[in-house]
Ligand binder design. Structure first.
Ligand SMILES: NC(=O)c1ccc[n+]([C@@H]2O[C@H](COP(=O)([O-])OP(=O)(O)OC[C@H]3O[C@@H](n4cnc5c(N)ncnc54)[C@H](O)[C@@H]3O)[C@@H](O)[C@H]2O)c1
Ligand SMILES: C[C@@H](CO)CCC[C@@H](C)[C@H]1CC[C@H]2[C@@H]3[C@H](O)C=C4C[C@@H](O)CC[C@]4(C)[C@H]3CC[C@]12C
Length: 369
C-alpha cells in the first residue's frame, strides 16, 4: 500500500473530460495509470458521475470551465504534468456557427498550448480527427491509408478546418520552451469514427429505427468503407501515448497517430447494424427506391430549410450535403505506427467492443430520445 502511494505523483488534466470520449479517457486513466495522484477533469458541463470517482486513491478534481477563456484554462493547467486535450465542438450538422466552432476548437487549443508554456506543463496530447485528412471536398477515397499516405486534404467545412488548424498548432508547439526552461512535447491522435458506450449518433439512429417500426433504410452503397474505432481503444491510446510521451519525447514529440483497432471495415450503415441488428432493427435495402441524386436533393433541401428557419428555430437533421459526402466516401485506415512507436495494442478485441456496445444500446432502449 505504501508503495502504491509512493509512486502516485503525477497530475493529469483532461479537457472535455465529461464528453463521450473524455469520460472513457478519465475512467481509463483511473484504471490504468498507476502513477496518477490527481486527475483534473475540465469541462463546460460537468457530469454527475464524477462524484462516484472521488472515493478512490486518486484525487479527482472537477473543474467547470471554458477552453475559450484563457485564464480559466491557465488556472486548470497550472501544476499539471500532462494535459490531454479532448475538448472540442463536434458539429457537422450546423448546430453551432462557424465562429463558435473556431473559437472552441482553434482558440481553445491555442489557450491550452499557451497555458502549458506559461505554467511549465511539458506534455500535451491533442485529440485530433481523421477529418484533418479527409474525406476531402472532392470525395477522393482514402483506402486503408496510413499517416504517410499522400492525400489531397482540402476542406471547406468549419469542423474539419478547425481540427486541422488546431492540430497544426499543437504540432508546431512541440519543442517550445515552457516556464522553467524545458521543451514542450506534443503529439496528436486522429480517431476515425468513434463508436461505443455513450455514442450519441448511434443512439439517434437507434431511436430513429424504433420510430420507423424497427427499420432503417440503406442510403449508402455497402461498398463504401468507413473507418471506425472503439471508444475504449481510443481512450487506451490516449493513456498510453501520454505515458510514453514522457519516456520517449524525442520519438513521439511532434508526431500524429491514427487511432485504430480490429473493428471491421464496413459501410457506415452496415457497421452500425453490427449493434443495432442484435437490438432488433433491420436494414432495408432501398437503393432502387432512393437513388443518390435524390439523397443529394434531400440533403440540399435540408441545408436550405436550415438556413430559412434559422431566425425561428434550429433545424439540424443528420442528413446534409457535408454528412452525405462523408458517409458516401471511403475512408479507412491501416497502420501500425502507434504499435511501433509506443507499443499500442488494442485493449478491447472486436468481439468485446461489439458486445459492450450492444449491451449499451440495449440499456438505451427504454430511455427517451
Ligand atoms: N466522436 C467522434 O467520432 C470523433 C472522431 C474523431 C475525433 N473526435 C474528437 O474527439 C474529441 C471528443 O469528441 P466527442 O465525440 O467525445 O465529443 P463530445 O461532444 O461528446 O465531447 C466534447 C466535450 O468537450 C466539451 N466542451 C465543448 N466545448 C467546450 C468548451 N468551450 N470548454 C470546455 N469544454 C468544452 C463538451 O462539454 C464535451 O463534454 C473532440 O475533440 C473531437 O473533435 C471525435
Ligand atoms: C446519409 C445518412 C443515411 O443513413 C447517413 C449519415 C451518416 C452521417 C451522419 C455520419 C457518417 C460518417 C460520420 C462521421 C465520421 O464517422 C467521422 C467523424 C469524425 C469526427 O471527428 C466527428 C464526427 C464525424 C464527422 C462523423 C459525423 C457523422 C457522420 C458524418
Amino acid at each position: 500500500m505504501a508503495e502504491a502511494t509512493e509512486i502516485r505523483k503525477l497530475v493529469y488534466l483532461v479537457t472535455g473530460g465529461c464528453g463521450f470520449l473524455g469520460e472513457h479517457v478519465v475512467r481509463m486513466l483511473l484504471q490504468r495509470e498507476p502513477r496518477l495522484s490527481e486527475l483534473r477533469v475540465f469541462d463546460l458541463h460537468l457530469g454527475p458521475w464524477l462524484e462516484e470517482l472521488k472515493t478512490g486513491p486518486v484525487r479527482v478534481t472537477a473543474i467547470q470551465g471554458d477552453v475559450t477563456q484563457a485564464h480559466e484554462v491557465a488556472a486548470a493547467v497550472a501544476g499539471a504534468h500532462v494535459v490531454i486535450h479532448t475538448a472540442g465542438l463536434v458539429d457537422v450538422f450546423g448546430r453551432a456557427s462557424p465562429e463558435t466552432i473556431y473559437e472552441v476548437n482553434v482558440q481553445g487549443t491555442k489557450n491550452v498550448i499557451e497555458a502549458c508554456v506559461q505554467t511549465g506543463t511539458r506534455f500535451l496530447v491533442y485529440t485530433s480527427s481523421m477529418e484533418v485528412v479527409g474525406p476531402n471536398i472532392k470525395g477522393h477515397p482514402f483506402y486503408r491509408g496510413n499517416e504517410d499516405t499522400p492525400y489531397e486534404a482540402v476542406h471547406k467545412h468549419p469542423y474539419p478546418c478547425s481540427k486541422a488548424q488546431a492540430e497544426q498548432l499543437v504540432l508546431e508547439a512541440n519543442g517550445r520552451e515552457v516556464h522553467g526552461g524545458l521543451p514542450l512535447v506534443t503529439c496528436a491522435l486522429r480517431p476515425t469514427g468513434i463508436y461505443g458506450e455513450g455514442h450519441q449518433i448511434m443512439r439517434d439512429f437507434y431511436h430513429q429505427g424504433l420510430r420507423l417500426g424497427g427499420r432503417l433504410f440503406r442510403a449508402i452503397p455497402a461498398s463504401v468503407e468507413h473507418g471506425r474505432v472503439y471508444v475504449g481503444n481510443v481512450a487506451w491510446m490516449h493513456v498510453l501515448v501520454a505515458r510514453e510521451l514522457q519516456r520517449q519525447a524525442a520519438l513521439l514529440g511532434g508526431q500524429v497517430y491514427f487511432c485504430y483497432d480490429e473493428s471491421p471495415y464496413k459501410s457506415y450503415e452496415d457497421f452500425n447494424m453490427e449493434f443495432l441488428g442484435p437490438c432488433g432493427l433491420r436494414l432495408v435495402e432501398t437503393r432502387l427506391l432512393v437513388p443518390y441524386w435524390l439523397l443529394m436533393l434531400l440533403a440540399a433541401l435540408n441545408a436550405l430549410l436550415q438556413w430559412l428557419l434559422r431566425p425561428l428555430l434550429l433545424y439540424a437533421p443528420l442528413l446534409n450535403p457535408y454528412t452525405l459526402a462523408v458517409a458516401n466516401t471511403t475512408f479507412t485506415v491501416s497502420t501500425d505506427k502507434a504499435r511501433r512507436h509506443f507499443g499500442y495494442e488494442p485493449l478491447f478485441s472486436w468481439e468485446d467492443s461489439r458486445s459492450r456496445t450492444i449491451r449499451w444500446v440495449r440499456a438505451v432502449e427504454g430511455s427517451a430520445p
